[in-house]
Design a protein around this ligand. Structure first.
Ligand SMILES: Cc1cc2nc3c(=O)[nH]c(=O)nc-3n(C[C@H](O)[C@H](O)[C@H](O)COP(=O)(O)OP(=O)(O)OC[C@H]3O[C@@H](n4cnc5c(N)ncnc54)[C@H](O)[C@@H]3O)c2cc1C
Length: 324
């Protein structure tokens, strides 16, 4: 039986597995997609906000030729670390539920099951988009994930959202020759957009290269346009393609099936856990990484979430030593 099973092979899940393994415990990871799956879904050539030393795990240096790493650098780095540590990773296998109790858990997946004394949930947040809930959202030219601009040169494109992902997509699409309309629910581009991206976008709007509408309520997406209202009246924007970049939420249904309780006093519904050990109210079940913040997906990211690994591993290592 494994000492611990880690669910999710993102940066934090990998950090957890390697720290647990370094304490002489038997550990494996189950990942529903590829190794570092969420980063694979990020935009091509995306530049991280963090400098490389803040993304490092396991003490492995993260060398990059730029000031900030690209998605491809990070993918290469985390996948190399997993190989260097010889981590056991079961890929393309989705965890669906958990039975048993500490010391004798059974983790059910869509392909089988694993017995483990403890379970670490590091499932992140990137799988479930925050839906717009407007007619037409399910049309094939609407996506909640942006990859790269090159399909869209000389096409009318609507970007919905006003945070970093929407801002970066609108700028890249414009520079690739798309005619971009940005639809924003609030009165301005979010002040949380990084300080080197926001002025770029605000200036492109001011010079008319990007059309922006604020205080927007969406009413319908059709195959050729997005319809909306603002305090000034109703409007529509032509759209051959629509990027709805309005954020993501963790899989709360899965967390519920695993027996993770949300904190009733936290409007982000973050899991209840002991901050010293990251153990949840279900003994032997731990949370790590972005999932610790519930719907507040920017509360924990790689920079600060990677440190959860040492806390969990230290606790499991001590518990094992005491039991022996
Ligand atoms: C565009 C963008 C830029 C970013 N830039 C930065 C930055 O500069 N610095 C920074 O610190 N953070 C940044 N972040 C945030 C950072 O990427 C996340 O906080 C980080 O990926 C969280 O790591 P994690 O291991 O907790 O979760 P994730 O990386 O989301 O990994 C979770 C893994 O769990 C898997 N999984 C989910 N459900 C199941 C299941 N049921 N069974 C099995 N596996 C499952 C997923 O497939 C995924 O691989 C950025 C995020 C985005 C979107």
């Amino acid at each position: 039986m494994l000492d611990a099973l880690v669910i999710g092979a993102g940066p934090v899940g990998l950090a957890c597995a390697l720290e647990i393994q370094r304490r002489g415990l038997q550990v494996a990871i189950v990942e529903k997609g590829a190794l570092v799956n969420s980063l694979i879904g990020y935009p091509t050539n995306m530049e991280f906000f963090s400098t490389p030393e803040l993304l490092e795990i396991g003490g492995y240096p993260f060398p990059t030729s730029h000031y900030k790493p690209l998605r491809e650098d990070a993918l290469d780095y985390y996948q190399r670390v997993a190989r260097a540590e010889n981590l056991t990773v079961h890929l393309h296998e989705k965890v669906v539920s958990l039975s048993g109790e500490q010391g004798n858990f059974l983790v059910q997946t869509d392909r089988g099951e694993y017995a483990a004394k403890n379970v670490v949930v590091a499932t992140g947040f990137y799988d479930l988009p925050i839906f717009l809930n407007v007619p037409g959202e399910d049309l094939p030219h609407v996506s909640h994930y942006y990859k790269e601009p090159y399909h869209h040169s000389r096409q009318p494109i609507v970007v919905i959202g006003a945070k970093n992902s929407a801002a970066k997509a609108a700028l890249a699409l414009t520079r690739a020759g798309a005619q971009v309309t940005l639809l924003v629910r609030g009165p301005e581009i979010s002040q949380s957009v990084k300080y080197w991206i926001r002025p770029d976008l605000v200036n492109r709007i001011a010079e008319g290269r990007i059309t922006a509408h604020f205080n927007v309520q969406l009413t319908e997406i059709t195959p050729t346009a997005v319809h909306f209202t603002t305090p000034e009246g109703s409007g529509s924007a032509p759209a051959d393609f629509v990027y709805a970049l309005t954020g993501y939420v963790p899989d709360e249904a899965l967390l519920g099936r695993l027996g993770i309780e949300p904190d009733p006093n936290d409007e982000a519904r973050a899991p209840l856990f002991d901050p010293a050990t990251h153990q949840t109210t279900r003994p032997g079940l731990f949370v790590a990484g972005t999932v610790c913040g519930g719907r507040a997906t920017s509360r924990w990211f790689i920079e600060n979430g990677r440190h959860h690994a040492q806390l969990i591993a230290q606790y499991l290592g001590t518990t094992k030593a005491t039991a022996a």
